[in-house]
Write a protein that binds this ligand. Structure first.
Ligand SMILES: NC(=O)c1ccc[n+]([C@@H]2O[C@H](COP(=O)([O-])OP(=O)(O)OC[C@H]3O[C@@H](n4cnc5c(N)ncnc54)[C@H](OP(=O)(O)O)[C@@H]3O)[C@@H](O)[C@H]2O)c1
Length: 273
């Protein structure tokens, strides 16, 4: 079976990509290098998109409870994939995360791709940093594209969609954060693959979203919905809050939307489901 693109992992991001690209997906449990090789032999792809990962059952803190699964899915598997890409001259697209940096809102500019990740506070972030550093180094020698996404916002209700999460939390923080608008991410990924882009790209909207901005738009279409803003210190969870730079993606010619431009469209579609 020959196919240009093979997606690995049929979770949230993997399924959205299958919808968009209409290509095959492997949901086979991968426990070792040979398991991936068997899938590559079966599908003979020219491009492998890695959407496998472990983000925790409820949230990223759950990664601590299953360290082997987290390290296997987030670190070893991407490195095995890098080796497969290197040996078999296949393009590897690795879906990574922007939640790997500290950020100082007072003086820092949006974080560019080449800045060294420094968020070692969470085990989940560490597992992503380990894989990114190996793949980033390997990308000097073979065809690897690392796409960093952050806090998905989508038009469909889903437990991983920040809109669904905020509606359920009702108590939210008010700190600007980089957001990946999933319809925009799907277009950007197709664009980057078509241009055979290599290296690391942040794929987020321009600017930061303050969660009340999104919920105020939601409120407009769901009268009666109420929420409360709480101070960041009351969250009592280790989480990244940061702004990523979109300059590198913009330089490719891809039009990056401002986060405030997508909110109305997103909520209008979301409430229909
Ligand atoms: N969702 C987010 O908020 C977010 C934000 C930034 C970056 N990302 C990154 O995006 C990627 C995809 O995340 P997602 O939201 O789509 O997560 P997801 O819905 O949990 O999907 C991940 C998929 O990987 C599968 N998987 C885990 N270990 C595997 C293994 N050893 N072999 C084969 N499949 C395995 C999972 O299967 P099981 O369920 O059976 O384990 C699941 O289907 C991850 O790398 C994540 O770090 C996600």
């Amino acid at each position: 079976m020959k196919s240009k693109i093979l997606i690995l992992g049929g979770g949230y991001i993997g399924s959205r990509l299958v919808q968009e690209l209409g290509c095959p997906v492997s949901t086979k449990k991968i426990l070792c290098y040979e398991d991936i090789l068997a899938e590559v032999k079966r599908y003979q792809p020219r491009v492998l998109i890695n959407c496998v990962g472990h983000v925790g059952r409820n949230n990223v803190d759950d990664c601590e409870r299953d360290m082997n699964k987290s390290l296997l899915a987030n670190t070893f598997l991407p490195i095995w994939l890098g080796e497969i890409a290197f040996r078999n001259v296949i393009k590897l697209v690795h879906i990574s995360s922007g939640c790997i940096y500290h950020y100082n809102y007072k003086w820092q500019k949006p974080i560019a791709e080449e800045e060294t990740p420094d968020y070692y506070t969470l085990f989940y972030s560490r597992t992503k940093i380990y894989a990114d550093s190996v793949l980033n180094s390997l990308s000097q020698r073979c065809n690897i594209l690392i796409v960093r996404i952050r806090v998905p916002l989508d038009i469909y209700p889903h437990p991983r969609n920040i809109l669904t999460k905020l509606i359920n939390y009702k108590r939210i923080i008010d700190v600007p954060n980089s957001i990946t608008y999933i319809p925009h991410f799907l277009k950007a990924l197709r664009y980057l693959i078509d241009r055979d882009a290599r290296g690391t790209f942040n794929v987020v909207c321009k600017g930061g979203l303050r969660y009340p901005q999104l919920l105020d738009v939601y409120k407009k279409y769901s009268p009666g919905f109420e929420y409360e803003v709480i101070p960041l210190k009351d969250l009592k969870l280790n989480r990244t809050n940061l702004i990523l730079s979109t300059k590198k993606l913009e330089k490719t010619g891809f039009e990056v939307s401002k986060i405030t431009e997508v909110l109305e469209e997103c909520v209008k579609k979301y409430i229909k489901f």
